[in-house]
Design a protein around this ligand. Structure first.
Ligand code: ATP
Length: 232
């Protein structure tokens, strides 16, 4: 398995109160697959994604990604792991406001080991003609395309998406989902995505249902549909 999570636990302590956020999570995802995590607010989805991506740490348990034991890495090794392997996409695009579209991409490609060509990636997300615009001159959907280009330019093995369509209307969301599916197919990138939207699970190979810190169900979807046909 490309991603393997075993008995993952994490809790937060505020004063005397301890909150168990992950209570022994177990899940797996194959190479080149798309996984979707569903679950109510506060069930631990982002915490799980962030630990897999090496931007947060667990208390106990084991995460391996492409045979790298993420839960065993030092801080410096985690930085390298993120830089070399992981692309992140968030609900709010987190672009650098005073850099153009092209420069936002180059900030990442300049520190990547084997980056893709900036123009090629901008073309793939349909934004090449807006290369010299600033983020404030773009719609939300366009800004999300740029943030996808920024995640993809370093040619990551794994794309982690936390509510990538959470701030977008239906038709723009569907365009973004089509783009993610196209990246998955063209580049073979494994994708793990959090969403509140059950309809999106139709494009996933595996669907995980989270509830209060546990994955209560992992479903293998045999009939994946094209994002174009997703409706809600
Ligand atoms: N730094 C922190 N300190 C204390 N509690 C935290 C911290 N980060 C997250 N939590 C708590 O952990 C729980 C799980 O949070 P998490 O963000 O993983 O949930 P989620 O399922 O992604 O929620 P949402 O769908 O609202 O984004 C929540 O109850 C949250 O309040």
């Amino acid at each position: 398995m490309f991603i393997k999570v075993e008995n993952l636990k994490k809790s937060y302590r505020t004063g005397d109160v301890k909150t168990d956020v992950l209570k022994g999570v177990k899940m797996s995802l194959g190479k080149g697959e798309i996984g979707v995590i569903l679950g109510p607010s506060g069930s631990g989805k982002s915490t799980l994604l962030n630990i897999i991506g090496g931007i947060d740490r667990c208390d106990s348990g084991k995460v391996t990604v492409d045979d790298i034991e993420v839960t065993n890495l030092t801080d410096d090794q985690l930085t390298d792991y993120r830089r070399e392997n992981i692309g992140f996409i968030f609900q709010f695009y987190n672009l650098i406001p005073n850099l153009t579209v092209g420069e936002n991409i180059e900030v990442v490609s300049n520190i990547s080991r084997s980056p893709l060509d900036t123009d090629e990636v901008l073309k793939a997300v349909g934004m090449l003609d807006k290369k010299y615009r600033f983020p404030r001159e773009l719609s939300g959907g366009e800004q999300q395309r740029v943030s996808i280009a920024r995640a993809v330019v370093k040619n990551p093995k794994l794309l982690l998406c936390d509510e990538p369509t959470g701030a977008l209307d239906f038709s723009t969301s569907r365009e973004i989902l089509k783009l993610l599916q196209q990246i998955n197919r063209d580049f073979g990138t494994t994708i793990l995505m959090i969403t509140h939207n059950t309809a999106i699970s139709a494009m996933a190979n595996r669907v995980y249902r989270m509830r209060s810190g546990e994955i209560v169900e992992e479903i293998i979807n045999e009939r994946i549909i094209h994002a174009e046909r997703i409706e809600w």
